[in-house]
Design a protein around this ligand. Structure first.
Ligand code: AMP
Ligand code: ZN
Length: 474
C-alpha cells in the first residue's frame, strides 16, 4: 500500500517496522464537549485506514488517548484548560465532564461504525510516565525550569519544524495572532512539559511532581501513552491536519530527544471538514454533531458515506445539500443491492471474486482512495456474474468501508415485502377494483374510468394483467 507521509511529503510504500504487527497511534478527543462532525471525519478516515491494514493481512495494535487534562484553549501555553472551561460551563466537576463526553464520543463512534481502538487511555492515568520522561529530558539537557514550569528547549534540536507543509514564519507560536507570549520561554517555540504555575489557579486536577504540584502539558500525554503501550517505535501516527503543528511537531521533539532515535515512520493527517462559511467550530454557527444530523432525519452511516466519497487529503465542505446528494447516492446503491437475490444458489465464482477484490484494493492501495473503493462497489453490481458472488464481494469490501451494505439492503427488502403484503390486503382498494371490474363487464366505462382516476389521485396505479387487475403505489 502507498501512503502519503507528512514527514517526507511523498507517497511511500508502507512497510511496518516489525513484520507481525503494525503499531498505530491516534490522537484522541478532548472530552470537554461533544465531538463535531469535523472531528469525526478524522476518526472515520483513521478507522478505514486501520480496517484496510487488517484487511490487507496485517495485525494492528491501535492506541488512542483521551485528553482529559492539559489541552489549553490556545495553541500556545497560555490559554485556559479546555476541560476546566467545560466544567465551568456546565457546573459539573472535571471528572464528570470527562466521563460524560467520553461516553458521548464512543456513542457517536458506534453510530458511525468506528471501531474502538485496542487500547484507550485517559491522559490522567499516566502521570508517572510523563514525570519519568520529563526527568530524563531535564537530565539530557533538553528541558529547563523557569517561572515554576518545565519547558522543552527547542534550540537543542537540529531541526524543529519537521513537517514542511507550512512556512516556518506561519508556524511560530509566539508571533501568532491571539496567542500571548510566555516570557519564561527561552525560545518562542519552546513549550511546557509540566505546569506548576499558570494564570488559572483553579486548575482542578493536580499531581505531585519533582517540580511541585501541577499538571502535564498537552503534548507530553501522547508521547507518554504511545511509549507506554507501543514501545520505542511507532509505525503510523494519525490526527487531523491542525495537529501537525504544534502538537505533533512537539511530540516528535520530546519523544526523539527522550529516546535518542527516530520514533515514528509515517504521519497520516486528515484534512479538514469545513462549512460553507469556513472553519468548523463548536462555539459559533450551527454546532454540527451526529445527534443534530439524526434529529434532522439523517442516518449517521450516510455521513460516513459522504466522508468516504472524498479523499482524506482534500478539504471537504459540509452543507446539507452535499449531504443530501450523498444520501440519495447511498439509497440508490442500497436499492441495487436489495435487488440481488440473497437466497441465490450455487457456488461463488472465486476467479471473479478475486478480480473484483483486486480492483477494490488497487484503489485503496493508492493512498487510501476511498472514493475508488466506493467505485469498486458499482463495479461489483455491474459485473457479469451471479448474485451470490456479488453479495460475497460487497460483504468483503464492507469490512473496510463499514457502510452496513448488506444489513441496509436486507432491511429494504423486508420493508418492500411488508409494503407489498399490506397493499395486497387493502380491502377498500380491492373493493374499488372489484367494482371497476363489474362496471367494465357491464360496459359502464364511465364508472370504470372514474374509479381509475380516483385511485390515481390517491397515488395508486392499476395494472391490468391476464390474472385480473393488480395495483401498486407510485
Ligand atoms: P480535539 O478533540 O480538538 O483534540 O480534536 C480531535 C481530532 O479532530 C483531532 O485529530 C483534530 O485534528 C481533528 N479535527 C479538528 N477539527 C477538524 C475538522 N474541522 N475536520 C477534521 N478533523 C478535525
Ligand atoms: Zn496527540
Amino acid at each position: 500500500m502507498y501512503l502519503y507521509n507528512s514527514l517526507s511529503r511523498k507517497k511511500e510504500l508502507f512497510t511496518p517496522n516489525h513484520p507481525d504487527i503494525v503499531k498505530m497511534y491516534t490522537c484522541g478527543p478532548t472530552v470537554y464537549h461533544f465531538a463535531h462532525i469535523g472531528n469525526l471525519r478524522s476518526y472515520i478516515m483513521e478507522d478505514v485506514l486501520e480496517k484496510y491494514l487488517r484487511y490487507s493481512g496485517y495485525n494492528v495494535k491501535r492506541v488512542m488517548n483521551i485528553t482529559d487534562v492539559g489541552h489549553l484553549t490556545s495553541d500556545g501555553d497560555t490559554g485556559e484548560d479546555k476541560m476546566l472551561k467545560g466544567a465551568k460551563r456546565e457546573h459539573k466537576s472535571v471528572m464528570d465532564i470527562a466521563k460524560f463526553y467520553t461516553d458521548a464520543f464512543f456513542d457517536d463512534c458506534r453510530k458511525l461504525n468506528i471501531k474502538t481502538p485496542d487500547v484507550v487511555e485517559p491522559a490522567t492515568n499516566c502521570i508517572e510516565n510523563y514525570i519519568h520522561i520529563i526527568e530524563t529530558l531535564l537530565e539530557k539537557g533538553y528541558a529547563y525550569q523557569a517561572g515554576g514550569n518545565v519547558y522543552f528547549d527547542t534550540s537543542k534540536l537540529e531541526k524543529y519544524h519537521v513537517f514542511h507543509d507550512f512556512s516556518e514564519d506561519d508556524l511560530d507560536v509566539g508571533v501568532r495572532e491571539g496567542v500571548e507570549e510566555d516570557l519564561n520561554k527561552r525560545n518562542k517555540n519552546d513549550f511546557v512539559l509540566w505546569f506548576t504555575q499558570s494564570k488559572f489557579e483553579d486548575q482542578a486536577l493536580k499531581w505531585d511532581s519533582p517540580w511541585g504540584v501541577g499538571y502535564p502539558g498537552w503534548h507530553i500525554e501522547c508521547t507518554g501513552i504511545s511509549l507506554k503501550h507501543l514501545g520505542e517505535d511507532l509505525d503510523i501516527h494519525c490526527g487531523g491536519i491542525d495537529n501537525a503543528f504544534p502538537h505533533h511537531t512537539n511530540e516528535i521533539a520530546q519523544s526523539e530527544s527522550f529516546l535518542g532515535h527516530k520514533w515514528c515512520n509515517y504521519w497520516f493527517h486528515v484534512l479538514h471538514l469545513n462549512t460553507t462559511q469556513g472553519k468548523m467550530s463548536k462555539s459559533s454557527g450551527e454546532f454540527l454533531t451526529v445527534s443534530l444530523l439524526e434529529s434532522k432525519g439523517y442516518d449517521p452511516i450516510c455521513y460516513r458515506f459522504f466522508c468516504l466519497q472524498s479523499h482524506y487529503r482534500k478539504n471537504l465542505v459540509f452543507s446539507y445539500e452535499n449531504l443530501d446528494n450523498s444520501v440519495a447516492a447511498y439509497n440508490k446503491l442500497i436499492d441495487k443491492i436489495a435487488a440481488l437475490d440473497p437466497k441465490a444458489e450455487g457456488e461463488i465464482d472465486k476467479q471473479m471474486l478475486w478480480e473484483l477484490k483486486q480492483r477494490f484494493m488497487k484503489g485503496m492501495d493508492a493512498d487510501l482512495n476511498t472514493s475508488l473503493g466506493i467505485t469498486a462497489l458499482y463495479d461489483v453490481l455491474k459485473a457479469k456474474t451471479d448474485d451470490r458472488t456479488k453479495l460475497a464481494a460487497l460483504q468483503d469490501f464492507d469490512q473496510v468501508l463499514g457502510l452496513n451494505l448488506l444489513e441496509a439492503a436486507a432491511k429494504k427488502r423486508e420493508a418492500q415485502k411488508q409494503a407489498e403484503a399490506a397493499e395486497e390486503h387493502d380491502p377498500e382498494i380491492e373493493a374499488l377494483l372489484a367494482e371497476r371490474t363489474s362496471a367494465k363487464k357491464a360496459k359502464d366505462f364511465a364508472t370504470a374510468d372514474r374509479i381509475r382516476d380516483e385511485l390515481k389521485a390517491r397515488g395508486i396505479e392499476i395494472i391490468d394483467t391476464p390474472q385480473g387487475p393488480k395495483w401498486k403505489r407510485v
